[in-house]
Design a protein around this ligand. Structure first.
Ligand code: ATP
Ligand code: MG
Length: 416
């Protein structure tokens, strides 16, 4: 195998050592003083070169996890599939991973179709670089001399803004089909083009996602949805036909999703951009809403009351459409709570209306009502009223809810 790498100097790449987290530098410095190799690897050098702020700083080293633990009192070994050391500094955790290989020996096991199930063989620095997914994810930053070590021409790809798989694309997707989703995530988040040969096989290989454990698909999907590029990511998943594998049958036409879904995704991106908290429950409420409403209407026609109908519809659609991507109970529960709140907005009078304002799910349910308002005039009318009632002073609110004859402060009990 080819062990050669290019060393790119600071004068060229311009990423000075002080751009790296102080704690990550402590880790590389100490490992290097003890005679080990230690570099900042993975997403951080990539993000810095592309002008983004890294989420975290991962370290690659030739020290074994046990050797790392001996050097750092604040290190803990974790992981079974990949053994890693976590070095904790207050709230920041620096992940330190021993270089991994690509050999067929040791603990690596490969399934019939070529998918890698376990991968725990240590390897050389060069092997560690080429077992990674994309060339831009394989750059190694050496803080001691501020150079970048590049085994895969990743630096040139950063400059070209190309996402290119290391090695033979079909083989690499077959080994781990989740790499197709990662390609979409990096494309939509970092604004990169996928290199032709890495792009071409995706739509036809998309069905391989069916073999991936549903919990892993959820993890990968959430990284995309909560990373600030939910709407772009959704459209790109659809474009490459990965969406169809994740949620077959959920949307009538994923190419033209309802506006409510577009709005929910865009709002989420907006909130991420403003550093506000976001919850997948709200996104799933929007995504599953068309099917849930359909089912709830059927039930209402058969005489079930609206809130009950929505609850039952929620159970049904969440069990029907989550065979590929498992959705945590807490997310589906939140989505159902948001839906079941909707019929309650109809009641604008009396204590019950006043109490609604204080309920835990009011905020999320109200935001959802705003989304429905876009496509439903009755919901728009309600949304207007519920917006107003929150904005006015207490006296006017009482008037709106209890009517003009009862102006004095009524005795309402707080809480739900
Ligand atoms: P992010 O900034 O979103 O965390 P990242 O590139 O750091 O992006 P991680 O999932 O944290 O992504 O993975 C860290 C690194 O591990 C990647 O940069 C890549 O080098 C390698 N890696 C991750 N997943 C795979 C995979 N499925 N196949 C090969 N290499 C991978
Ligand atoms: Mg990362």
């Amino acid at each position: 195998m080819n062990n050669s790498f290019q060393e790119i100097p600071l004068s060229e790449h311009k990423v000075a050592r002080d751009r790296i987290s102080h704690n990550a530098l402590k880790v590389t410095d100490r490992l290097q003083s003890a005679g080990f190799k230690a570099y900042v690897v993975g997403g951080a050098p990539r993000d810095l070169l592309l002008g983004f702020t890294p989420k975290d700083f991962d370290i690659g080293t030739d020290a074994t996890p046990e050797q790392v633990r001996e050097l750092f009192r604040n290190a803990r070994l974790i992981g079974r599939r990949f053994r890693l050391a976590h070095v904790r500094f207050g709230r920041e955790i620096i992940e330190v991973a021993t270089f991994r290989g690509t050999g067929d020996t040791g603990e690596r096991s490969v399934e019939d179709g070529g998918r890698v199930l376990r991968d725990n063989v240590f390897g050389s620095e060069a092997e560690d670089a080429i077992r990674r997914d994309f060339t831009i994810n394989a750059l190694m930053y050496d803080p001691s001399n501020e150079t970048i070590r590049d085994y895969t021409d990743g630096y040139a790809d950063v400059a070209r803004r190309k996402l290119r798989l290391i090695g033979d694309p079909e083989l690499r997707y077959r080994e781990d089909p989740v790499r197709m989703m990662r390609a979409i995530r990096f494309k939509s988040k970092l604004g990169l083009e996928i290199d032709g040969p890495s792009e071409a096989p995706i739509p036809e290989m998309a069905p391989l996602l069916a073999d991936i454990p549903p919990a892993r698909l959820l993890d990968e999907l959430l990284k995309m949805l909560l990373g600030g590029g939910a709407w772009n990511g959704f459209k790109t998943l659809v474009e490459y036909r990965l969406w169809h594998e994740l949620f077959p049958g959920l949307l009538d036409s994923p190419e033209n999703p309802p506006r409510l879904i577009e709005q929910a995704f865009c709002n989420t991106d907006q909130r991420v951009a403003e550093d506000k908290p976001v919850t997948p429950g709200f996104l799933f409420a929007a995504l599953f809403w068309p099917r849930a409403r359909e089912e709830a209407r059927r039930r209402e026609q058969n005489g079930q009351p609206p809130v009950e109908a929505l609850a039952a519809a929620g159970e049904k659609v969440f069990s029907k459409y989550t065979s590929r991507v498992s959705i945590h109970r807490r997310f589906s529960t939140m989505a159902k709570e948001i839906w079941m709140f909707q019929p309650r907005f109809d009641k604008r009078r009396g204590k019950r209306a006043m109490r609604l304002l204080q309920e835990r799910r009011f905020r999320a349910a109200y935001d959802f009502l705003l989304l429905r308002a876009d496509e439903d005039p009755a919901a728009a009318e309600l949304a207007k009223w519920w917006t107003e009632v929150q904005e006015v002073d207490a006296e006017t609110r009482n008037e709106m809810i209890f009517g003009s004859r009862k102006k004095q402060q009524p005795k309402t009990r707080q809480g739900s």
